[in-house]
Design a protein around this ligand. Sequence first.
Ligand code: PLP
Length: 463
Amino acid sequence: MSENPLRNLPSVDQLLQHPLLQPFVQQASRNAVVQRVRSVLDDVRHAVSSKEGPTAVPTPQEIADTVVGWMKKQQSQKLRAVINATGVLLHTGLGRAPLPRVASEEIQRLGETYCSLEFELSDGSRGKRTAAVESLLCELTGAEAATVVNNNAAATMLTLAALCHNREVIVSRGQLVEIGGSYRLPDVMTSAGCRLVEVGTTNKTRIEDYRAAINENTAAILRVHPSNFVIFGFTENATLKELSALAASKGIPLIDDIGSGALIDFRQFGLMDEPMVSESIQRGAPVALFSGDKLLGGPQCGIIVGRKNEIATIMRHPLMRAFRVGKLTLSALQATLELYRDPNKAMEEIPLLRLLNTQPENLQLRAKRMVQQLTGHPLIATVSAIQSEATLGGGSLPTQQLPSVAVAIQPQTVSLEELAAGLRLGPVSVVARVQDGQLLLDLKSVQANQDRLIVEAFNDLSK
Ligand SMILES: *Cc1c(COP(=O)(O)O)cnc(C)c1O
């Protein structure tokens, strides 16, 4: 009878002493390494005992390698700061808008202490959670009332559930959008318990189409801003003004999903089609919805502004409790909105607006300096500054190109993919764009004080 191969299996204690695993025991967590070693040993025992005949037992080195692979994977999954050199300013994968300094300071200040979240300091009674941001939002958009939830998807769902449950909602066929992932408007409608009534065609929907669809079961008209696609050519769409007049004459609300929700005019940055929230309110939309972490440049949240009556109905709905935001979000949003009281201040202090406002000449200078600093790097064959097109993001189809400058790199001794991965996984994580056989560092999405860190990331690679 042959010897039980499992006898040769090293013990947990022996493995913890292995030179490959010692750094993780010292620097990460002994418990984490022990758990992983145990689970690898269990797998080996299972594999060996479930097979007939002799089976090779892995060496301590092989087991240690498996454990190291897992520990490294876990470390790379940790939420880390990254430098966004993709040229996509609102990159959903990279957390969309970076926060203004005052907002992150406010998160810290209010995060580590108690705060007057739902507490009326004047008389000690129960207060309203979103009171402070509500009044700021009304001031900045001209709306009568406002509230805040977890994101714009939640804002849409909640608004439809509160105002349109069991009734019909009219939407243009050109606006039945998919925003990304599992967010498809028709599915959201169904989940909110509404019946979707499609009108018009993909490229043309006239006000008469809406008018003809209204009956006694109609709860609202929903208008959705095409954030991540364009339909051009033979097109026509009912205007906001026409829609709000029609809705008002029939006594139903118009719900305007503005998407990005600009609080200032983005035409100054060359972005022509981004509607301002205040325009939507001025033209009579009773309810307008938008995100906090897109063009507003604040924390992830969904903002609902509009008429007192509709907002009050929305806030009474049970889903409001499920979608509400916490004090960290509210403190960041409050600080960001306060910046908008002075548009110049907003422009200087909100990172997204600063990035949008950085001119190509400035990017060109920065790119040239970076090219000089990277020339001669052992992993770089060629490096030069080239013209590039950055995008706003928020969808796979870029609708607006922003003129930009990128540092273009051809590697040597490593492949493009290896270089890109090395930059992502280094001590300073840099996410670049691989395009046309080059690695591009698009500076439109890089904050000026991060240029130095990108060069550092390359230097770390050659150590
Ligand atoms: C981005 C977007 C949404 C979803 O907003 P989130 O804040 O990501 O949930 C909904 N509608 C439109 C038009 C959008 O652009």
